[in-house]
Design a protein around this ligand. Sequence first.
Ligand SMILES: C[S@@+](CC[C@H](N)C(=O)[O-])C[C@H]1O[C@@H](n2cnc3c(N)ncnc32)[C@H](O)[C@@H]1O
Length: 228
Amino acid sequence: MTGAPARADDNARTLAAYEQRAQLYREQTRGAGGGAVDALLRTLATQAPEGTVLEIGSAHGRDADVLESLGRQVRRTDATRAFVEMQRADGHVADVLDVLTDRLVDETVGPYAAVLADAVFLHFTPAQLRTVLVKVRDALVAGGLLGFTVKVGEGSEWSTHKLGVPRFFHYWQPAALRAEIEAAGLEVVALEVESGPVVDWIVVICTPVLPPSPPPPPGGDSSASMSG
Ligand SMILES: C[S@@+](CC[C@H](N)C(=O)[O-])C[C@H]1O[C@@H](n2cnc3c(N)ncnc32)[C@H](O)[C@@H]1O
């Protein structure tokens, strides 16, 4: 892996790769998941407050299917139009949503009980990840959970593995990732490395840091001055 210089249009080129090879991605990852990802989905389903889960980068919807089977309502989204159309053809409601450029919350949707981004943030530069983490933090209810996965490694690269067309990847070490999460105003609930046959994954659950309590009113503890 190299420290390939990040360019502003890296994500657009990565999305173009998915537009071209959405069906191939589905065939190659249909049976993926399991292990740590299943545990992540179960935690989001059982530990997040009541309400909708926003999934960023749903692709063909494998994780959304699992969350729904666990009783959660999922807003399925992806920046790749081909994936959104694929899910609609399967009978699901799905929205085109680019987490880098679109609003996550508006008058009609959000804030969310949880946000899931499985193998999505690995396509972002560190600066993009920082922006997205802050955006997601602001889209969660108090006590809401963000669950995401990225690959372990050093630096960045363009890789043609799996799809035969180049996608941008940035790799993370646990300590650096934890620092990014905390800098974005999120608290790490769990951060684990899952060893895989080809690559290791970091599986994260985090939650917005509560805003600091307001200072006491001038004059000290008001209850002390109450008289019977
Ligand atoms: C490696 S795939 C993972 C898909 C799915 N979550 C899974 O686990 O199989 C990466 C996904 O991120 C999506 N993606 C990449 N950049 C995105 C962006 N800026 N906003 C939303 N989704 C994005 C891609 O379209 C693709 O569906």
